[in-house]
Design a protein around this ligand. Structure first.
Ligand code: HEM
Length: 416
């Protein structure tokens, strides 16, 4: 089988139908690739024997620079110890309120446009504004930073993140590199405002500025880019898919609207969200059906075995988070959302609340942050609007460092 990286998502969904839970060898852009499709082997690669499976993110390093996302060993550990405390310990009430406020603005914007699609750019603006408002007290928009340039740069990183371009498209590499260099200079210049602006009350920024030196190799602008890629692009995709799912399943939308409207009285907004068990199950199901990061890329350091398969040193491994989530043994009907199953099997690793964030030491650093943000955004959506979609078939997937709907999510909002 030969796969081109732009068809990656459709390919992964075809694969689970044909070879549910089975690992397969394939070829992407001329390079051999071993695709892991079940939770047991994924756990082996990502946790049990993680030391033998390094990150395969050369293109991310080319585009974003060395960051916590792309590095292994000491270079990763130093960066992880630097930023993780800020992602683990955060103010849930503050984040929930910020997310609610920006979601309200996003809804007004979409309704005023009277569009039938939920644009990637609207979603991206929402998630990056939430992230930057929370951590820096100001949004990238207020700072005048061009979000589209940021996104284009991040897209370059993902374009070849599963396999470097093979000989077929070598001729286009020159023009890609020229554009990439220019874009990179522009984005890094834009982000320097965080270095020279005065955000003295942002603890994560202060920590990054302090660590930024030739000795550590840590560069503030690079780590900011990694934060925006990891923390905003992913949630933007998750919000788009959750809205799409609401439109596809009006009966679920009704259940969530009821839960939100009749939640009773709580001391704070976060407390209300913390009790929204149906909404939490829905988000888990949305992350299971449409994981924003559908695949994780690794490279074997030494010869090994995964299941019955011999893996040579240097082999490229892709752990399909789609494959794990559509486990036909665990899920009665893995193709449709099932809130009850998500609630009853809360601890099962094939549930979206786990599988979409990966396993082991390289598990998503912002998993807790993402869940609070998603709960608040989707509670606001369920409360304020009725979501509709005209689409009733297989989604038209689009791969751009995260999984999206080609041409924007086909959903419309109608005020309640
Ligand atoms: C629905 C939203 C999100 C999803 C589905 C998601 C998923 C993931 C996945 C699958 C990885 C592992 C990638 C790999 O090993 O190659 C990852 C890593 C990471 N994520 Fe997330 N993420 C989300 C939101 C966030 C947010 C909001 C933040 C920060 C506030 C964040 C911070 C990170 C960091 C720092 C890493 C790198 C972890 C490490 O290697 O040390 N993520 N994420």
């Amino acid at each position: 089988m030969i796969l081109e990286s732009q068809n990656l998502c459709h390919f992964l969904y075809d694969l689970i139908r044909k070879h549910n839970q089975q690992n397969v060898w394939t070829e992407v852009d001329g390079e051999r690739l071993f695709i892991v499709q079940n939770a047991k082997d994924a756990d082996y690669v990502l946790r049990v024997n993680h030391k033998n499976y390094h990150k395969n993110m050369l293109w991310f390093r080319h585009t974003l620079g060395q960051t916590r996302l792309s590095e292994d060993g000491e270079a990763w550990k130093n960066r992880q110890q630097l930023t993780q405390p800020f992602f683990t310990h955060f103010d849930k009430e503050k984040l929930a309120l910020i997310s609610k406020k920006f979601t309200g603005q996003m809804i007004n914007e979409v309704i005023n446009k009277q569009g039938l699609t939920l644009d990637d750019s609207v979603l991206r603006k929402l998630s990056i504004c939430i992230l930057t408002k929370y951590y820096f007290g100001i949004t990238v928009e207020e700072l005048g930073i061009n979000i589209d340039n940021l996104t284009r740069l991040m897209d370059y990183g993902s374009e070849f993140s599963i396999a470097a371009p093979g000989s077929a498209n070598k001729h286009s590499i020159k023009s890609i590199m020229a554009d990439l260099m220019e874009l990179r200079v522009q984005v890094l210049q834009d982000l320097a405002i965080f270095r020279y602006g005065h955000f003295s009350d942002s603890p994560i920024l202060q920590a990054l500025i302090q660590a930024d030196s030739a000795q550590t190799g840590i560069i503030l602008e690079h780590e900011l880019l990694a934060l925006f890629t990891a923390g905003a692009e992913t949630t933007a995709s998750a919000i788009g898919w959750a809205c799409y799912l609401l439109g596809r399943y009006p009966e679920i939308q009704h259940v969530l609207e009821e839960e939100s409207a009749h939640a009773g009285h709580f001391d704070g907004y976060w407390e209300k969200l913390d009790h929204a068990v149906k909404l939490e199950s829905f988000i888990s199901e949305s992350l299971r059906l449409y994981p924003p990061v559908p695949v994780i890329s690794r490279c074997a350091v030494q010869n090994d075995r995964i299941g019955d398969e011999v893996i040579d040193a240097g082999s490229k491994i892709a752990v399909s988070l789609v494959g794990i989530a559509y486990d036909m043994q665990t899920h009665k009907n893995p193709w449709v959302p099932n809130l009850e199953e998500a609630l009853n099997n809360k601890l099962d690793k094939t549930q979206g609340r786990y599988s979409a964030f990966s396993f082991g030491p390289r598990v998503c650093g912002g998993k807790g942050f993402a869940m609070v943000e998603l709960l608040s955004v989707m509670d606001t959506v369920c409360n304020k609007v009725h979501v509709e979609t005209l689409d009733s078939g297989v989604p038209n997937f689009h791969w751009k460092s995260k999984m999206l709907y080609r041409g924007g999510f086909p959903v419309s909002f109608h005020l309640r």
